[in-house]
Design a protein around this ligand. Structure first.
Ligand code: PGA
Length: 252
């Protein structure tokens, strides 16, 4: 399998107005100073209102992305945004199928898959999220649910180049709770085993759900964890940089 370059991606959710741009400036300045030693890609997915502005950041070490897109390329869909609009605003990627979208907007894996196809056609990288509820975990259904979501959400055209998977147990998101390292390892191993095609074998698999500076090192050391999708701790430069530092050369 090809060597996988990890990714630390920040999901700002519905947080962030113009004054938060200074956090991104701080992150970029700090990253520029140690740019050679950081061995991972860094991404921030801000709210759509900030994307264009952030994507203009000169010489940014951070790449920017959207948090969702519509299945259609354009049309009469009030309030929605398309993959090509994200691309036009300077975005390089889009998060799809986040559990908050699956819950708040009743998004199905079939819709996530349709969105991914449109996003890939627009030239965006997709971060496709999967994850089980606490009820499903307690019922011992975690791996079955994850496999179902993967089968339904990943389009046939997905490759390690255009797609990243994020495993986010729903009960760990924003709660401060995290699965044990063995539990994370078991899910990531199962996802890796499902990526059997040559083009998908080296796809990145991120862990997400209450990743913070204090637990990043151990979570990111789990086999088949190729980075993190970070919510709350991506909002401030100090915390996000500490998480990114896990991948700094020589860092222990
Ligand atoms: P959290 O969110 O880090 O705040 O738990 C992660 C996510 O929902 O992507």
């Amino acid at each position: 399998m090809k060597k996988i370059k990890p990714l630390i991606a920040g999901n700002w959710k519905m947080h962030g107005i113009t004054r938060n741009i200074k956090e991104v400036r701080k992150m970029n300045t700090a990253l520029a100073k140690k740019s050679k030693s950081i061995k991972c890609d860094v991404m921030i997915c801000p709210p759509a209102t900030l994307l264009h502005r952030l994507a203009q950041t000169p010489k940014s070490r951070i790449i920017f992305g959207g948090q969702d897109c519509h299945t259609a390329e354009q049309g009469a869909h009030t309030g929605d945004i398309s993959a090509s609009m994200i691309k036009d605003a300077g975005g390089k990627a889009v998060i799809l199928g986040h559990s908050e979208r699956r819950t708040d907007h009743n998004e199905t894996s079939k819709q996530v898959c349709a969105k991914a196809i449109t996003a890939h056609e627009a030239g965006l990288h997709t971060i496709i999220c999967v994850g089980e509820s606490l009820k499903e975990r307690k019922a011992g259904k975690t791996l079955t649910i994850i496999r179902q979501q993967l089968r339904g959400s990943l389009p046939d055209d997905c490759t390690a180049h255009n797609t990243t998977i994020a495993y986010e147990p729903i009960w760990a998101i924003g709660t401060g709770l995290t699965p044990t390292l063995d539990e994370v390892a078991a899910v990531h191993k199962s996802i890796r085993a499902a990526l059997t095609k040559r083009d998908t074998a080296s796809m990145r698999i991120l862990y997400g759900g209450s990743v913070k500076p204090s637990n990043a090192r151990e979570l990111l050391s789990v086999p088949n964890v190729n980075g993190a999708l970070v919510g709350g701790a991506s909002l401030t430069a100090t915390d996000f940089l500490k998480i990114i530092d896990t991948y700094a050369e020589g860092s222990k």
